[in-house]
Write a protein that binds this ligand. Structure first.
Ligand SMILES: Cc1cc2nc3c(=O)[nH]c(=O)nc-3n(C[C@H](O)[C@H](O)[C@H](O)COP(=O)(O)O)c2cc1C
Length: 325
C-alpha cells in the first residue's frame, strides 16, 4: 500500500505458522516471543497462522481465535515495533473436521468427505460464512493488524467453496471473496489470498485451470501460492524432496509469468537458496528456515534440516518445537 511501509524486494514474508502457543485460544507469551523474533528489518510482513474466525471451526485443538482481547494487541505491537507489518491468516474448517496425523492419506476415506462438505451449499450459507470472515477481519483490524490473509488453501473451507470440483456455487463464493478483499483494502489494509495451486489429486488437478483463472481474476494485494490439501498429502504443503521443491517452484514461476500484473508470494524451503533473480512480481515467502533460525536472512548457514520435529500435530504434540532450538 502506498502510504504504508514500502515493499522492498530485499524483504521476505514470514509465512503463516500454526504454533499451538496459546492460552484459552488466545496468543500467549510464547507466541508473542515467537513472532517477535521472526519480525524485523528484513521481514516485510510476519503472518500469524491459521487464526479461527468468529463461530468458525479450528483445524486442531490448539488453534487461536481472533477476538478483541489485549493479547492480540500485544502481539501486533511486538511485530510492528520490530519494523514488520503485522499480518494474520483467517481460517475456518467445518464441524467435525479432523486433520490427519499421517503425512499421506492411506485410503480414500481420509479425503472423500472433501467432496460432500460444500457441494450443495446454499447462497445464504455462503453469505453467513463470508460474514464471519468479515467480522474476523474487522476484529483483526481493530487489534492493529495491517495485513489480512484469507486462508483459501490446504483443503479448508474456503478452498473447497471457491473450487468448481467441490462446490456448485463456486462462482458466488468467488464474488464474495472479491467483496471481502475490497472491503479490507478500502480500510487501507493489505489483503492476501492463500490458495493451493494443486490439491494432490491428479483427477482434480487436471481440471482446475478455469478455477485458478477465476481466482487470479481477483485483485488482492498478494496471492500467496501454496500446494496440497492437508488430508491428502502434507508433503505438498511442506515439501522437502528436491523433485517436489523443483516442480513447486517451476509451477509458481509459470503462474507468475502468466499473471505478471499480480503480486505473487512463492515459497518452498526458501527457494533452494536461489532467490537472486526472482521476477518483478514475485516475492519470497519463508517458513521453516525462519522457524529454525529467526536470523536466517542474515545467516543462511543455519537453516531447517528437514527433521520434521516442527510437525507437532503429526507427532501427537500440542505445540511447535524445533530440533535446532
Ligand atoms: C509447523 C508449521 C506450521 C504451519 N502452519 C501453517 C498455517 O497455519 N497456515 C498455512 O497456511 N501454512 C502453514 N504452514 C505452511 C507454511 O506456511 C509454508 O507454506 C510451508 O512450510 C512451505 O514453506 P517453507 O518451505 O519455507 O517451509 C506451516 C508450516 C509448518 C512447518
Amino acid at each position: 500500500m502506498k502510504d504504508m511501509q514500502s515493499l522492498n524486494k530485499e524483504k521476505a514474508f514470514f509465512l503463516a505458522v500454526n504454533t499451538g502457543y496459546h492460552s484459552g485460544g488466545e496468543p500467549d507469551d510464547r507466541m508473542i516471543e515467537f513472532y517477535g523474533e521472526r519480525s524485523g528489518p528484513n521481514i516485510y510482513c510476519s503472518i500469524v497462522g491459521n487464526v479461527v474466525i468468529p463461530n468458525g471451526y479450528s483445524t486442531n485443538n490448539n488453534c487461536v481465535y481472533i477476538s478483541s482481547s489485549d493479547t492480540w494487541k500485544k502481539l501486533v505491537n511486538r511485530i510492528s515495533s520490530n519494523g514488520s507489518i503485522p499480518g494474520i491468516q483467517l481460517s475456518t474448517t467445518w464441524e467435525g473436521y479432523s486433520g490427519i496425523k499421517k503425512f499421506v492419506a492411506s485410503s480414500e476415506n481420509d479425503f472423500e468427505s472433501y467432496f460432500d462438505i460444500v457441494k450443495d451449499i446454499e447462497i445464504h450459507t455462503l453469505d453467513e460464512i463470508f460474514d464471519r470472515f468479515k467480522h474476523g477481519a474487522e476484529l483483526a483490524i481493530e487489534c492493529g493488524f495491517k495485513h489480512i490473509q484469507i486462508h483459501a488453501a490446504h483443503g479448508y473451507l474456503l478452498s473447497l467453496a471457491i473450487d468448481s470440483n467441490f462446490c456448485n456455487n463456486h462462482e458466488y463464493a468467488i464474488l464474495k471473496l472479491n467483496e471481502i478483499i475490497k472491503e479490507i483494502q478500502q480500510k487501507n489494509i493489505e489483503c492476501s489470498i492463500r490458495f493451493s495451486l494443486k490439491t494432490g489429486l491428479q483427477s482434480i488437478d487436471r481440471n482446475r485451470k478455469k478455477d485458478i483463472l477465476n481466482l487470479m481474476s481477483l485483485d488482492p494485494d498478494f496471492f500467496d501460492v501454496s500446494f496440497g490439501f492437508y488430508n491428502i498429502n502434507k508433503n505438498m504443503i511442506y515439501p522437502t524432496s528436491n523433485s517436489m521443491l523443483n516442480s513447486r517452484i517451476k509451477s509458481c514461476l509459470e503462474l507468475a509469468k502468466s499473471f505478471s500484473d499480480k503480486k505473487i508470494i512463492i515459497s518452498g524451503k526458501s527457494l533452494h537458496g536461489d532467490i537472486a533473480d526472482l521476477p518483478e512480481n514475485v516475492y519470497l515467502g519463508i517458513c521453516r528456515d525462519l522457524i529454525a533460525n529467526p536470523n536466517y536472512l542474515n545467516d543462511k548457514s543455519k537453516k531447517c534440516e528437514n527433521c520434521k520435529v516442527c510437525h507437532y500435530h503429526s507427532r501427537g504434540e500440542e505445540n511447535l518445537s524445533c530440533a535446532q532450538w
